[in-house]
Structure formats: C-alpha cells, structure tokens
Design a protein around this ligand. Structure first.
Ligand code: IPD
Ligand code: CA
Ligand code: CA
Ligand code: CA
Length: 269
C-alpha cells in the first residue's frame, strides 16, 4: 500500500552489495569461460547466453526475494513478477555478454530499482576494472565513492560519444546518425555494455550515448546515475518501454540537444 514504509537505504545498500557479490560470481565463470556452452536465444545468432547469465540472475533474484519479498522483479533471463508492486527491481545479470564470452573485459552486473514507476537507485559493478558505480535519487552518483559529474562540453567535437545498435527495431537509424556525428567532428565509441557506457556518461568520460533500441534492464540502473550527475535522458518509458524497450539517449546537457537533433524524430517515436 502507499502508506507502507519503504526502507530505501536498505535497498540501496543491498543493491551495491549484491552487484559486487554477483560480479565476483561472474568473475569465477569468466576465468573459466572456455568451458561455457554458449546458447543462442531462438535462432538469433547475435543474442547469446550462457549458464553464467542464468545463474547470476537466479542468485540475485533469490537474494532480493528473501530480503524484500513484497518487491517486484524484472530480469533479462528469468522474466518478471509482481510488476504492480511499488518497488520493482530491474536486473541485467551480465550486461555485455558478447564481450564476456569472447574474453573482452567490458561487462558488468546491473541492478536498478524503480519506485512508483521511477528509476530510483542503481548499482553497476565492473569487476575487471574494479569499479562500482552507484546512485540514488537525491543522494548523488558515485564511482567507488567519488562523486560523478557529467561533461561540461557544449559540442560533440569536444569529446567521445558512445553509440550502438542491435539487429532489432530501429537499426536503420544507426548509419544516418553516424554520418551526422562524423560530419560534426564527433568521435564514436562502443564497448558492448549499455550499462557501462551509461555510467561513463554520468562520469563525464563520454559526452553522450545513443542506442537505436535498448531494453530496460540495460539502462535502468544507469538512468539514475546520469540524472544525479547532471545529465539529460530521453523518455524511455513511453509506449511500454519498461517491457518492450525504446530508442535511448543520455548525454551531458550541453550536447544532448545536438545529439537529439542528429537522431531526429525516431528518438521519440
Ligand atoms: C547488450 C549490451 C549492448 C547493446 C545490446 C544489449 P547484453 O546487452 O548492452 O551494449 O548494444 O543492445 O542487448 O545482451 O549483453 O546483456
Ligand atoms: Ca542478452
Ligand atoms: Ca544487457
Ligand atoms: Ca544481459
């Protein structure tokens, strides 16, 4: 019920601790990744998954269910429960699976929490670089306890912009965007983890990040970080974005309008 007392501090502490613990579990699999059987989701050759993704999600889900039995859950690998609850956890057990299975160090565990439909807190753990990104509405965003702040740049030519696409809805918008970014003197970047690229925008390492379509578990933890670090985010939740995904743009305020202009109306379709 709405009068129910929500212990946000306990949830924030749990998100951080669980992300770190799950990331160590991920490292155990990562060190022995040659032994993993890689499955494809349906007949999709790009969308790979292994037992590591499934076991890490099961671990997080079990712990959250024990700690906060009244909360809802949405995860990439195990689906959803109680989405009508006030608190809904949105989890990506490994963001950057293609990197993970190929021995590239760009993957992370991402744990976000929605309260009354709003991204409220998030924790993103990157064990290869020993970085924990976390943030909570009204309490700031941090990497290993150092406060995050977006870039002060006012033009795409002043730094690096992340971008990405999948062979899914919206991929036709990718090349036109790239042409405009290059024409304006921008530099592009992709590391294969939407959650980490979002955290890097919050940290001011990247000016912005555009992906033609992202799922909510890729970005839910990171959205809070970007907002708390002074960045701008597009309306990811329209048209059932939580369940279906949407085009995605996060950026420092000085560059957001320029990137939105390059993307055009498809950003808000
Ligand atoms: C993927 C990553 C990638 C993005 C894809 C996502 P996964 O998530 O975030 O950067 O380009 O759209 O699906 O499958 O590695 O969890
Ligand atoms: Ca995936
Ligand atoms: Ca993901
Ligand atoms: Ca994933």
């Amino acid at each position: 019920t709405s009068e129910q007392f929500l212990d946000i501090d306990a949830r924030y502490a749990s998100a951080k601790a669980l992300a770190l613990e799950a990331a160590q579990l991920g490292m155990d699999f990562y060190r022995k990744r040659e032994a993993l059987t890689i499955e494809h989701k349906g007949d999709d050759l790009q969308d790979v998954v292994s037992i590591a993704d499934k076991q890490i999600e099961a671990f997080i889900r079990e712990r959250l269910t024990q700690l906060f039995p009244e909360d809802g859950f949405l995860g990439e690998e195990s689906g959803s429960a109680d989405l009508g609850a006030r608190c809904v956890w949105v989890i990506d057990p490994i963001d950057g699976t293609a990197c993970f299975v190929n021995g590239l160090h760009n993957w992370c565990v991402s744990i976000g929490l929605l309260i009354d439909g709003e991204p409220h807190l998030g924790a993103i753990a990157d064990p290869n670089h020993n970085e924990l990104f976390n943030g909570c509405l009204g309490k700031g965003a941090f990497v290993n306890d150092t406060p995050l702040k977006v870039s002060a740049a006012t033009h795409v030519g002043q730094g690096v912009t992340a971008t990405g696409t999948f062979h899914s809805r919206g991929k036709e918008h990718f090349i036109p965007f790239m042409e405009k970014l290059l024409a304006e003197g921008g530099m592009f970047f992709r590391n294969g983890s939407g959650a980490l690229m979002t955290a890097y925008v919050a940290a001011g390492r990247l000016l912005g990040y555009y992906e033609t379509e992202l799922k909510s578990w890729d970005c839910m933890a990171g959205l809070v970080l970007v907002k708390e670090a002074g960045g701008q985010v597009n309306d990811f939740f329209r048209n059932d974005g939580l369940l279906l995904g949407n085009p995605y743009l996060v950026a420092c305020p000085g560059v957001y309008p320029q990137l939105a202009e390059m993307i055009g109306p498809s950003l808000d379709d």
